[in-house]
Design a protein around this ligand. Structure first.
Ligand SMILES: *Cc1c(COP(=O)(O)O)cnc(C)c1O
Length: 467
């Protein structure tokens, strides 16, 4: 541990100060009433200004971000966020706007953004109110429900969700008061159409899908699925969080989807993570346009700053390059997959889109009494080599899932460095799995109880930690 990684209270030295106040010029200080006065001094750290500056700068550097290193977090599209987007979002003409003032430039951005997203997705009209992907799902399902109710079709209470779906899909359906029905996947990772058919009755409001699906695989039978669902009177909802590989190549509207959201904070290069501001605009096909009227899911136009970043991204990258985004993201994912599949278990062979899933190590080094290296061990060991870990244990279809999404913004050199480290880790696992069980060895903290850390976070210094 580095000296300045210490807690600020551990740096404290009695009597040391980081400030100096001018001498009191007043003859008499107003006295505080006795009952308001503190009986004993507050136990604050006593440190110099350099100590404070170093402490907080060191803390800030413990954070891993896409601006500090490769971040192949599957399902999250952690692409580089060009700084020009930030500059545009910081323009005073936008960022100092009051939501109730006339704002012709902002109106123009929204109108143009509506046209751009409609062109990219094949939808007819967007609402920008939803503030995240999951918020967009909920909004889309509210639209789905109001469409059926508006036609007097009151018995449609079920939503079909594939077993590979992102967890927010069934959660959003449940929050919307709809019943979730799961449809299983085939061995090849695609929806089992024969299992879907018997589910399609007059109680079905619709199906929620993402394509490519959460395994990074294209649902090649999407046209057939759309036909079956529509014939049963249901609608198709597209979870557009996986839109990155498709831009400029395929459009959800042409696949037969009626409603969708986009994750501007994934596909369109605006920073995300840690629950920060997002934007999940929802687009609808023409026959659902009326369902956007009177819809109110957030204040005003949602997170306008995020929309503006995405707008700057689309305009600066241009039509031709937008198409290349998807192609390069697919190429990068397939390059890593093919470079590692002799050492990591690839459950489903074939070309993937922008991400793919391994099912742990082929040789985990287990012998006699020593348990083999798990996916968690591999992820922890990656931190020692300065890479962010991929998504692990998701999707739930494989017990040792490692989900890798490199995105298009990484150079071949970075991809090669990652591949070399993953190969090194596989060799370490085969020879000495205990090295991996104890990883990370170089991080400020090693293996916290992640559930307890999330459920009962300790957000302020305490001189005694709870047992
Ligand atoms: C990220 C993601 C979501 C949820 O988006 P949020 O903005 O985090 O709410 C939904 N579906 C898929 C496939 C995702 O990757």
């Amino acid at each position: 541990m580095k000296y300045y990684d210490k807690l600020i209270f551990e740096l404290s030295k009695e009597g040391r100060k980081g400030y100096s106040l001018p001498k009191n010029q007043f003859p008499q200080s107003p006295e505080l009433p006795l009952q308001l006065r503190r009986a004993s001094a507050l136990p604050l750290p006593e440190v110099s200004e350099p100590d404070v500056v170093r402490h907080y700068n060191n803390l800030s550097q413990m954070n891993f971000g896409v601006d500090t290193g490769f971040y192949p977090l599957g399902s999250c599209t952690m692409k580089y966020n060009p700084k020009i987007n930030e500059e545009m979002a910081a323009l005073p003409g936008f960022n100092a706007l009051h939501p109730l003032q006339d704002a012709p430039a902002a109106e123009k951005v929204l109108a143009h953004m509506n046209d751009l997203l409609s062109a990219i997705t094949g939808m007819h009209k967007f609402t920008f109110a939803p503030c995240a992907g999951a918020h967009g799902e909920l909004t889309g399902l509210m639209i789905m429900r109001s469409y059926h109710i508006g036609r007097g079709d009151l018995g449609r209470t079920k939503v079909i969700v594939p077993d590979s779906a992102h967890g927010t899909n069934p959660a959003s359906a449940a929050v919307c008061g709809l019943e979730v029905v799961q449809v299983k996947s085939l061995e090849n990772g695609r929806i089992d159409i024969e299992a879907l058919k018997p589910l399609l009755d007059s109680s079905v409001a619709g199906i929620m899908m993402t394509n490519p699906n959460t395994l990074g695989l294209f649902e090649t039978e999407i046209k057939t699925i759309a036909k079956l669902v529509h014939e049963a009177g249901g609608l198709l909802y597209y979870d557009g969080a996986n839109m990155n590989p498709l831009m400029g190549v395929v459009r959800p509207g042409n696949m037969g989807f009626d409603i969708m959201h986009l994750n501007l904070h994934k596909t369109f290069s605006t920073p995300h993570g840690g629950g920060g501001p997002g934007s999940g605009p929802v687009g609808v096909a023409k026959h659902l346009e009326h369902c956007l009227d009177g819809l109110k899911v957030s204040g005003f136009h949602g997170n306008f700053g995020v929309i503006l970043r995405a707008y700057a991204y689309i305009l600066s990258i241009g039509r031709e390059n937008l198409r290349k985004v998807g192609q390069y993201s697919v190429l990068s994912a397939n390059y890593i997959k093919e470079s590692l599949k002799d050492l990591y278990k690839l459950p489903i062979e074939g070309v993937c889109k922008h991400e793919f899933v391994f099912d742990g190590l082929l040789n985990d080094g287990a012998h006699d009494d020593v348990p083999g290296a798990t996916t968690l061990d591999v992820a922890k060991r990656l931190l020692d080599y300065g890479f962010h870990a991929p998504t692990i244990y998701f999707p739930l279809l494989f017990h040792q899932a490692i989900m890798i999404e490199p995105t298009e913004t990484e150079s071949k050199e970075t991809l090669d460095a990652f591949i070399a480290v993953m190969r090194q880790i596989a060799a370490e696992a085969a020879q000495n799995p205990e090295l991996l069980h104890a990883a990370p060895h170089n991080a400020p903290i090693s293996r916290p109880d992640e559930t307890a850390a999330a459920r009962n976070p300790i957000l302020k210094w305490q001189d005694t930690l709870p047992a």
